[in-house]
Design a binder for this molecule. Structure first.
Ligand SMILES: Cc1cc2nc3c(=O)[nH]c(=O)nc-3n(C[C@H](O)[C@H](O)[C@H](O)COP(=O)(O)OP(=O)(O)OC[C@H]3O[C@@H](n4cnc5c(N)ncnc54)[C@H](O)[C@@H]3O)c2cc1C
Length: 403
């Protein structure tokens, strides 16, 4: 006989979205189980961890979880630009430490965390709505009954796939990365490297983690390019291309690989008794394929809305809709606009990238961060248009007006 548990809310996936949902739901007093298939939270790192200091501080993430960045360097085959800020606005997270801190927050709020618990299938009621999940756990077959299930399983989207609610992602990014110790690191400077030799549909990066630690990686857009990011990463590191050569001797300490959806916000994210959040909902900024801050922010919203639904006794899609409304209001138009910029970037030739860097060099640090964060609010666009007519026309207005 399988082991059986009953919870108000069962959350599948102990990444930033799942832990954040577990935190707010448990804080509201409902019973919460957070299920993670790996042996520990963040056992495998699948992300580079770049994010923004304003967001980190809003979330309450401790200062020792991130390395601040204030110089944004770009290089293309024949051009180079650095935009310097007075105070750092960006950061590279210690991903493992941050994700574990988020899960600890959930535990302190009262959530139960089950690791080594791999969700394989869903349990439905007579109407076909989800009422639990079947897992393989440390003690074998395990069943979790739930009034609400939150799918926070990332790219895999295991629950919504098992429910037949979403097809496979058509567009996605694949990334490979070394974490390494390097002889020479400028710990407050990141590098983004663009052009065919780095990635035919994407970019390569150097993200410092503090002290002598760096992440060096390659991201490739699929299906636009069939280049294998792991192979390309090996090549650019072996050849010490561009700014990699300045790092001096490298000692690799970890290898990371991951996939991130890039289909825009195409999925519905609420169903009867079910919410999707984070990568599983496609909540990623397509410009630099970053989604951690959305996972945390909308994870917290999902946990709040789900726990309120439990307390009201109604868990159908209408009761859960305020979650979808909230995230769509906040990011839908920004993500759509960023997607158009990305569509253009992905087609640039090496020569066009060389010229694009000249345009980027006209931006102040604040404008650059707003841009790369996809913070395309109307006020920002108007300011950009006033200060940089060429840039605004070429990069932004032409796309914005068609929204
Ligand atoms: C190469 C790469 C680089 C990236 N760089 C950045 C960056 O610099 N900055 C940024 O903000 N974002 C970045 N991202 C995106 C970022 O990693 C995601 O947006 C973020 O992790 C989404 O969080 P999540 O909680 O939705 O999913 P995940 O972090 O993927 O967490 C999902 C969790 O669910 C678990 N799980 C999966 N299946 C099951 C199952 N069957 N049963 C139980 N548990 C399961 C997984 O083990 C995992 O712990 C990058 C992504 C990639 C691939």
């Amino acid at each position: 006989m399988p082991r059986e548990y009953s919870y108000d809310i069962v959350i599948v996936g102990g990444g930033p979205a799942g832990s954040s949902a577990a935190f707010t739901a448990a804080r509201n007093g409902v019973s919460v189980a957070l299920l993670e298939k790996e042996e520990s939270i963040a056992q495998t790192v699948r992300t580079s961890g770049v994010t923004w200091i304003d967001d980190i501080r809003d979330f309450g993430i401790p200062e020792d979880c991130f390395n601040p960045i204030k110089n944004f360097s770009f290089c293309s085959p024949n051009n180079k630009v650095t935009i310097s800020d007075e105070t750092p606005r960006a950061a590279v997270l210690d991903v493992r430490k941050t994700y574990r801190w988020l899960a600890d927050e959930a535990v302190h709020a009262g959530a139960d965390v089950f690791v080594s618990t791999n969700v394989r299938d869903v349990i439905r009621d007579k109407n076909g709505d989800i009422v639990g999940v079947n897992c393989t756990g440390p003690d074998g077959e395990t069943v979790f009954h739930a009034k609400i299930v939150i799918d926070a399983s990332g790219f895999a989207s295991v629950v919504c796939k098992a429910m037949g609610l979403a097809p496979r992602w058509k567009k996605f990014g694949a990334g490979a990365e070394y974490e390494a110790r390097a002889e020479n690191v400028e710990s407050d400077t990141w590098w983004l490297m663009v052009g065919q030799q780095y990635s035919p549909a994407g970019y390569a990066w150097i993200f410092p983690l503090g002290d002598d630690r760096v992440r060096i990686g390659v991201g490739v857009g699929k299906p636009e390019s069939d280049v294998d990011p792991t192979q390309r990463l090996k090549e650019i590191v072996e050849k010490r291309l561009g700014p990699i050569k300045n790092l001096g001797r490298l000692t690799e300490t970890e290898f990371h690989y991951g996939l991130i959806p890039n289909d825009g916000l195409s999925r519905k994210t609420v169903f009867n008794n079910l919410l999707l959040v984070g990568d599983s909902a496609g909540q990623a900024n397509p410009l630099v394929l970053e989604g951690i801050r959305y996972a945390i922010k909308f994870g917290r919203v999902a946990g709040t809305v789900a726990s309120e639904a439990i307390m009201s006794g109604k868990t159908d899609k209408n009761a859960l809709y305020p979650y979808e409304q909230k995230w769509r209001d906040e990011i839908e138009s920004k993500i759509n606009t960023a997607g158009k910029v990305q569509d253009r970037w992905i087609k640039l030739t090496d020569e066009q990238w060389d010229r694009e860097l000249d345009i980027i060099s006209e931006l102040s640090a604040k404008e650059f961060v707003d841009f790369i964060k996809a913070d395309f609010g109307l006020a920002n666009i108007v300011k950009l248009a006033a200060h940089h007519p060429k840039l605004a026309v070429r990069q932004l207005f032409g796309m914005i007006k068609n929204r």
